[in-house]
Unconditional design. Structure first.
Length: 359
């Protein structure tokens, strides 16, 4: 926006969109400026008289200028920048004259010849114009800063809202990518077990039912709790436990005081699925998954350790890990991160760190 256009727009917004709160604020600031000007004139110009007289005249001129500027801009609503400038000068000079006369009357000055003579009159007009423009520029600049801050906050809010909507969309896509093949494989296993091992088939079906119920509950809300997320993960691993048998062992270590911690859904499960699919299933002997959760220095740390095949040199992040990183960035910015590193002697350590704003 060019300077002239910016001045035209900002002055229009400032004058025509005054609120009661802003009027009170401007009155208080105007009184402060008037007092400062009175002190300046009394000290620097060696005003002949008491400070009270100088104070009364300065307040009268200042508020008269303020009144005429606001009223004229509000009534006329000028658009052209040149007209605005001419109107500003005219209203300041008008306010100075009327304010000076009113101030002399309120101060009870009997002999005002020294004030009304031509040299004094020109000096007063000049001072009124200078200080009036300075005060007007101060108020306009102050409004511009406030206006710019308000716009910045609006844009920031829009960006955050857009990023959260994107994150939610990606979450649904992730669920759509994870759940179908997992569901079909599990149902296929259930049908197979019902023919060979009815008891295991029933256990897997019960775990699948619990998993689907928990997943459905989470899909209806944008936020879940750590306890609900871990219940879903536990049901998920129990399903794989039935299928893999002794090849899969797992444990979850979390204190009771952390279970109610709010957490976006589908942050832990993709890491567990990644550990099973790429780490434990390809390994003949299987392995173990340990999930431990703690809080330290205001940071919620979720650690998932598996003893599977480890990190392959040619392996990429995959859909789940990429989605998690993107969601963490959009939801938390720099307040969250995902760390993957090699476990010793084999396997992967996935560390999810989130600044816990509830502490």
């Amino acid at each position: 926006m060019e300077p002239r256009t910016k001045f035209s727009h900002q002055s229009k917004v400032w004058i025509t969109e005054l609120t009661i709160e802003s009027v009170y604020r401007y009155i208080a600031l105007t009184a402060v400026f008037n007092t400062a000007i009175a002190g300046f004139i009394f000290t620097v110009k060696n005003f002949q008289g008491s400070f009270a007289i100088c104070f009364i005249i300065s307040q009268s001129i200042g508020f008269a200028i303020c009144f005429f500027v606001v009223i004229s801009f509000w009534l006329l609503k000028p658009r052209a920048t040149l007209f605005k400038l001419l109107l500003l000068v005219g209203t300041i000079l008008t306010g100075t004259v009327i304010g000076l006369v009113l101030g002399v009357h309120l101060a009870g000055i009997k002999n005002a010849d020294e004030i009304y003579n031509l040299p004094s009159f020109i000096r007063n007009m000049s001072l009124g114009l200078i200080f009036g423009c300075i005060v007007f520029y101060f108020f306009l600049s102050r409004h511009q800063i406030s206006y710019a801050g308000s716009k910045a906050r609006e844009e920031h809010l829009k960006r955050i809202t857009s990023e959260k909507e994107t994150a939610e969309t990606k979450l649904r896509l992730l669920q759509a990518q994870i759940e179908p093949h997992f569901l079909f494989n599990t149902l296929s296993n259930v049908l197979s077990l019902l023919d060979t091992d009815v008891k295991k088939g029933q256990v897997m079906l019960l775990n699948l039912t619990q998993y689907l119920r928990l997943t459905l509950d989470k899909s209806r809300s944008k936020i879940t709790t750590l306890e609900q997320e871990l219940d879903t993960v536990s049901a998920y691993m129990n399903i794989h436990k039935v299928r893999m048998g002794d090849r899969l062992e797992f444990s979850i270590d979390v204190s009771d005081d952390l279970k109610k911690t709010p957490l976006p859904p589908m942050l832990i499960q993709p890491l567990v699925e990644n550990a099973i699919k790429h780490g434990l299933e390809p390994k003949v002997a299987g392995g173990r998954i340990n999930i431990s959760i703690g809080r330290e220095n205001g940071i919620l740390r979720i650690v998932i350790v598996d003893t599977g095949e480890g990190i392959s040199e040619n392996a990429g992040d995959g859909v789940g890990l990429t989605n998690i990183r993107q969601r963490l960035t959009s939801l938390y910015g720099e307040k969250a991160k995902l760390i993957l590193k090699q476990n010793t002697p084999n396997g992967v350590i996935a560390i999810l760190e989130v600044v816990d704003e509830n502490v």
